[in-house]
Design a protein around this ligand. Structure first.
Ligand SMILES: NC(=O)CC[C@H](N)C(=O)O
Length: 226
């Protein structure tokens, strides 16, 4: 399985994502500049965190209009796994691949620390390696992680089991303590906390490893026969 780690001007967690999948997991991965047109070559797409286009207008708003996002939409439609972390999540909501929006944190401050998350749904291709209800520890690092959606959208998210991670102790004011959601089809996950920064005990947690392992395992189950 080969991953594309998408790099926009202003991405700054791209190297961490690359390190996690390539060096720690031993998967194939490339850093893919946003002007590339070869996304079809990849089996999985990783949208890392950062400050694409300096967070101008709104976080993720400019990147959402790029040709790269058009390619990502096509690949998502084809069923490939797409993971957006932090600014990646913001880009996914801004581009309409996921519902809702990320607003300024309730305390209007940038926050950077470890958070406990609850795995609400372990029936996705990203979370099959976790137990339902399991508490995992991932770091957060954001100023605009306050997930908002209207009542109707929240009910849809609940009905379709699209809420994947919630915060055990809500740090940013997110609606329903939401930390991560999937699309209806289940192949696009957006989350504010950083699984790629929780892949080695030295980092304070390796709970993020199983997320990437789940993606790889599910891809193998679908495409590799022997
Ligand atoms: N680490 C990140 O991706 C930061 C995301 C975003 N630009 C924010 O501060 O909200």
């Amino acid at each position: 399985m080969k991953f594309a780690v998408i790099v926009f001007p202003g991405s700054n967690c791209d190297r961490d994502m690359y390190h996690a999948v390539k060096d720690v997991l031993g998967a194939e991965a490339d850093l893919v500049w946003y002007q590339s047109s070869n996304l079809k070559e990849y089996d999985g797409i990783l949208l890392p965190g950062g400050f694409s286009y300096g967070d101008y207008l709104r976080s993720g708003a400019v990147a959402a209009t790029s040709d790269m996002m058009k390619q990502i939409k096509e690949q998502a439609k084809a069923g490939k796994p797409v993971l957006g972390v932090c600014n990646g999540f913001q880009i996914l909501t801004e581009s309409g691949l996921l519902p809702g929006a990320l607003m300024r944190n309730k305390n209007l401050s940038f926050m950077c620390h470890q958070e406990n998350l609850i795995v609400e749904n372990n029936e996705t291709l990203f979370t099959s390696g976790y137990e339902k209800g399991e508490v995992v520890k991932f770091p957060i690092a954001h100023g605009e992680g306050n997930y908002f959606c209207d009542e109707k959208t929240l009910n849809e998210l609940k009905t379709n089991n699209q809420i994947v991670f919630t915060y055990q102790s809500n740090p940013n004011g997110s609606t329903h303590d939401i930390a991560g959601i999937v699309n209806k089809e289940g192949n696009v996950l957006g989350m504010m906390p950083h699984p790629e920064r929780a892949v080695e005990k030295l980092l304070g947690s390796d709970d993020g490893l199983r997320l990437f392992q789940s993606v790889i395992q599910n891809w193998r189950n679908s495409y590799v026969t022997n």
